[in-house]
Design a protein around this ligand. Structure first.
Ligand code: NDP
Ligand code: MG
Length: 402
């Protein structure tokens, strides 16, 4: 008998949700949708419920009754839960095998961590969870025998280029390097790579979220424009692969064909290439260690002319410098940086500040909010307490600017 993998998609209404569900829809023999979550886009969630017939769904608490009524009016018998508790409930449900963690921002941390503590197979898109709670998350994966597979294209590429022994040992390179010398994260450089800082200062929201190669949610698109995304990914990589920040280099590769590389001590560089389409890393993680058709376009290698590599300008893209600084300082600093950045990006998307103010706000928050290092027993409550302080103080910095 062929067993299907039962999947819960946290953040089903978003961009990663779309790509994941497209693969699941094309491979019903391998996968079934067990539970879905949405937040603002509840019309879309209703349509997804009609298409995928999940057993459970999570919405904001205030929307539970209304959504349940809409489901029953549509003739659907689906259990509706709500709020953070609802997300944790579906993330830990014993009926599901795999949890796709694709909520954006700190809001995704509690349910992702709960999935790790329930020993799930986690396909991780929500990089902010690792930026805030890398050690707590990685410990939980080990202790509760969960499996963590990265969906972020760079981390997924690195995973694919690592020796099998490291892939199977929770990706912990530091323990036993197997010849791995360095990791290289590639970055597209975003929509302002070829433009001056002054042009970047004048950028509209529409220009900032228009990524040259990838189609993504709004927050990560802004993060790509400031290169904060690569900064968050640097911190994510340190935790996932158990390496200090000085073992991870960032190189701008505007074509987004090489998704990242592993450098070995014998001088070999292993790279993973593919079209810039999140369906490839998602399909890889869904089917690992097998391979399935992702539905992404094959690369036209004959049409590729020239792959470029450029060193990032850390003055123009100060967020990348700040991420290294925060990683060196410790978890308390990466929590502050992540929270400050979420507040600053929201203020930019609301039209309250300029794109280039984001890096200034992030830097000021990092400098102003000096906290003692978190100790080894720190848990999610300590982390969320720092997140709250940082959000409050960053709100005040934004208010001073507008
Ligand atoms: P989107 O903005 O497209 O989707 C975010 C999802 O999270 C939506 O389902 C949204 O619900 C839900 N959500 C938003 N706020 C909350 C909240 N407070 N509580 C519960 N759910 C919430 O983002 P992406 O899909 O682009 O990104 C998701 C994550 O994956 C991010 O962490 C991003 O960094 C990461 N990632 C994304 C990539 C991409 O290509 N898009 C690539 C690599 C990583 P609703 O839409 O209904 O409001
Ligand atoms: Mg990425």
């Amino acid at each position: 008998m062929v067993m299907t993998q039962r999947i819960t998609v946290l953040g089903a209404t978003g961009s990663i949700g779309d790509s994941t569900l497209a693969i699941l829809a094309a491979q019903p023999q391998h996968y079934s949708v067990y539970a879905l979550s949405g937040y603002h886009r509840l019309d879309k969630l209703l349509t997804l419920c009609q298409q995928f017939l999940p057993k459970r769904v999570s919405v904001p608490s205030a929307a539970i009754d209304d959504f349940a009524q809409r489901l029953s009016a549509a003739g659907l018998d689906i259990d509706v839960v709500g709020g953070e508790k609802g997300l944790i409930d579906i993330a830990t449900d014993s009926q599901a095998d795999t949890v796709v963690a694709a909520i954006v921002g700190a809001a995704g941390l509690p349910s992702t961590l709960a999935a790790a503590r329930a020993g799930k197979r986690i396909l991780l898109a929500n990089k902010e969870a690792l930026v805030m709670a890398g050690q707590v998350m990685m410990n939980a994966v080990k202790i509760y025998n969960a499996t963590l597979l990265p969906l972020d294209s760079e981390h997924n590429a690195i995973f694919q280029c690592l020796p099998l022994a490291i892939q199977q040992d929770n990706m912990q390179i530091h323990q036993s390097s197997h010849g791995v010398r360095k990791l290289w994260l590639t970055a597209s450089g975003g929509p302002f790579l070829g433009q001056s800082f002054a042009q970047m200062q004048q950028a509209s929201v529409a220009e900032a979220v228009k990524h040259p190669n990838w189609s993504m949610g709004q927050k990560i698109s802004v993060d790509s424009a400031t290169m904060m995304n690569k900064g968050l990914e640097l911190i994510e990589a340190c935790h996932l692969f158990d390496l200090p920040e000085n073992k991870i280099n960032v190189v701008i590769h505007p074509q987004s064909i090489i998704h990242s590389m592993v450098e070995y001590s014998d001088g070999s560089y292993l790279a993973q290439l593919g079209s810039p389409d999140m369906k490839t890393p998602i399909a890889h993680a869904l089917s690992y260690p097998d391979r399935i058709d992702s539905g992404s376009q094959p690369l036209d290698l004959y049409a590729l002319s020239g792959l470029e590599f450029v060193q990032p300008d850390l003055q123009k893209f100060a967020c990348l410098r700040l991420a290294r600084q925060a990683m060196k300082a410790g978890t308390q600093a990466t929590i502050v940086l992540n929270a400050a950045n979420e507040i600053a990006v929201a203020a930019f998307l609301d039209g309250r500040i300029r794109l280039t103010d984001i890096a200034d706000i992030n830097e000021q928050s990092l400098n102003d909010i000096q906290l003692p290092p978190l100790n080894d027993t720190a848990d999610i409550d300590d982390i969320l307490a720092i997140d709250k302080i940082a959000r409050h103080l960053t709100d005040r910095l934004v208010a001073k600017l507008v």
